[in-house]
Design a protein around this ligand. Structure first.
Ligand SMILES: [Cu+2]
Length: 192
């Protein structure tokens, strides 16, 4: 076999190898595509009262709730109430358009430590460090991104927003645990 012939044979052999591998690859990917997609994701840009971007959050669906990760800077140090509010709108300086806490029942009843009930938007306080940075993860078993498990969906028609408050939430007082003004807001959006 001369050099050209052996090269042609090698090309033919490698084409055979690709042909042998390709169907397996296609079979594997169609099996993957057919498997149920459990996790869905959402993201949110955290803005201050004048619209300045302070940080971001990502939200990830699990089979039992939603994991929220938040990173931000330029915030007042200390503990701050943190909730999911009912409307995905951070368009006014006081963030009133974000509405009340997300809640599933007819009446809104606030507080993770409230013996009577808990808003579905209630979350633990977040702690901002002395240098104004926030880096936290919280999990809510009350909600879902898209409606899984009969829990309240965040990505419904009017959306939802994450709100950080000026003061700590005592998790009992009505209507917001004494958390005070809304100092940062993030509209929850699908994807990313
Ligand atoms: Cu709130």
């Amino acid at each position: 076999m001369n050099r050209r012939a052996s090269l042609a044979a090698a090309v033919a052999l490698s084409a055979l190898a690709v042909a042998a591998v390709a169907p397996r690859f296609i079979k594997l990917s169609s099996a993957e595509a057919a498997s149920p997609v459990v996790a869905t994701k959402a993201a949110a840009d955290l803005v201050g009262p004048r619209g300045a971007r302070l940080g971001s959050a990502t939200l990830e669906e699990s089979t039992r709730g939603v994991l929220i990760r938040v990173q931000a800077r330029g915030l007042p140090p200390g503990r701050h109430g943190f909730h999911i509010h009912a409307v995905g709108d951070c368009g006014d300086p006081e963030f009133k358009r974000a509405g009340a806490h997300l809640h599933g029942g007819a009446a809104s009843v606030h507080g993770l430590l409230n013996a009577r009930a808990t808003d579905t938007g209630d979350l633990p306080n977040l702690v901002v460090s002395a240098d104004g940075r926030l880096n936290a993860e919280v999990f809510s078993s009350f909600v879902t991104l898209g409606g899984a498990g009969g829990r309240q969906p965040l990505l419904d028609d009017d959306g939802a927003a994450l709100i950080l408050h000026a003061n700590a939430d005592d998790h009992v007082s009505q209507p917001i645990g004494g958390a005070g003004a809304r100092i940062a807001c993030a509209v929850i959006r699908p994807g990313r």
